[in-house]
Design a protein around this ligand. Structure first.
Ligand code: NI
Length: 133
């Protein structure tokens, strides 16, 4: 991939905001920060336009509530074509952390994550959105 340089004109205040952002997030330079921001925007667009995307759904729940696991398994089987892998770790005596890696149409993945996160008994759930390019 070739790298091209271009000049950017910014208001002083906006440039200060960019530099704060660079510092706060420990980017090595402005270019890396701008790359990150553009990429974030492209990912968001792809998800909004229902393109082929990827992501991770993270769930935390108490495994003593058996119905949570049953319901989650049932939903995951309905979306088996979208699920790449599932990792389950036992955080402590009660709590489980599950990460479900997904790939497919954005609308499908959003629906899957909403169904999982809204299961009664899920303590925390989050969908991380990304794309392959
Ligand atoms: Ni567990």
């Amino acid at each position: 991939m070739g790298i091209k340089r271009f000049g950017v004109s910014l208001e002083e205040e906006l440039l200060e905001s960019l530099d704060d952002f660079v510092k706060k997030n420990k980017f090595p330079n402005r270019s890396q920060a701008i790359r990150f921001l553009i990429k974030n925007n492209l990912v968001e667009e792809k998800w909004e336009e229902n393109e082929e995307v990827a992501g991770a759904i993270v769930l935390v729940y108490d495994h003593h509530k058996r119905e949570v696991q049953n319901k989650s398994t049932e939903i995951q089987h309905n979306y088996h074509h979208s699920i790449l892998s599932v990792q389950h770790v036992h955080l402590d005596h009660n709590n489980c952390l599950e990460s479900i890696l997904v790939k497919g149409k954005a609308v499908e993945l959003k629906a899957l994550s909403e169904k999982l996160i809204s299961i009664k008994g899920i303590q925390h759930g989050k969908l991380v959105t990304t794309t392959k390019e």
